[in-house]
Design a protein around this ligand. Sequence first.
Ligand code: NAD
Length: 334
Amino acid sequence: MKVAIFSTKPYDQRFLEAANHRFGHELVFLEARLTAKTAALAAGFPAVCVFINDQLDAATLGAIAAGGTQLIALRAAGFNHIDLATAAELGLTVVRVPSYSPYAVAEHTVGLILMLNRKLHRAYNRVRDDNFALEGLLGFDLHGSTIGIVGTGKIGQCFAQIMHGFGCHLLAYDIHPNPNCLALGVTYVDLPTLLANSDIVSLHCPLLPNTHHLINKTSLQGLKPGAMLINTSRGALLNTNDVIAALKSGQLGSLGIDVYEQEEELFFEDLSNTVIQDDAFQLLQSFASNVVITAHQAFFTRNALENIAHTTLANITDFAEGHPCANEVKLAHH
Ligand code: NAD
């Protein structure tokens, strides 16, 4: 099938081309993000392949449908940025990669925790500067600490298994408790109980209308004072301004994020020669000791990119051959 691949980075092209030997699709790589303005580039392509910061609003969907597109293949798991109701009305099929490596995201989450707890970012810079003092680098044992996991699906479960290995107590909140987590000894509680009792809270639930700004002024007030908050899920799970206020007051001890609510203006690009206009982001960056930000790289392992490429192309083949696709995103998912 002829596929227009939007938001292409060199690594996308490398992994998709390697996987395509088995599928033989006609892949056309475009650097542009898919938006209503760039939708004309998709004209004549029955399939488009998009990533998480492509804009799949009603205007864009209308334009690509008019140009003859029938399939949107997401090379990601999250689909919160697609107007599924409009896609359904226009007869556009949406497929995604529901699971490609929960290990990648769970392991990066642990990386953020270790970095913040033991101040590895500061230690690295200090030693390079011949400053061998330890003041300011004090951490705590993860062993015996309490971890609160919000969302125990594929990634939350992997994360629980890793933290179990560290000897942590595990609390979780999920609308559907996971039997594998229960077997591991995870205790399911309600969200306020989780927030009040956890030394580290890590978010692994999807972004949905009912999880938007799940972490806000009220929930932050219920946090164990000085707790660490980690978000490798979706930026809008946090109200950024409320989080900044909680960091300033000390109610929130530290913050590790791989996702940011306004990240589509920033992430995946080299902006080192420009002036960043996002004041909240700049303010977060100014907490040198207790805030660590990575730019949506939790998924970024070789294994995950191989799986993403393979599943994306297999999804496209299913559609091209008229087979039902298990990875189709239906409106009912909401
Ligand atoms: P999953 O569907 O396997 O698990 C999500 C879990 O969240 C489910 O158990 C579900 O019951 C639970 N949930 C749903 N609504 C909830 C609510 N209101 N409160 C609490 N729990 C709720 O998904 P997954 O593969 O584990 O991925 C989790 C999220 O991680 C994705 O939605 C995506 O946004 C994010 N993600 C981020 C990256 C990254 O690179 N940073 C990569 C992949 C996925």
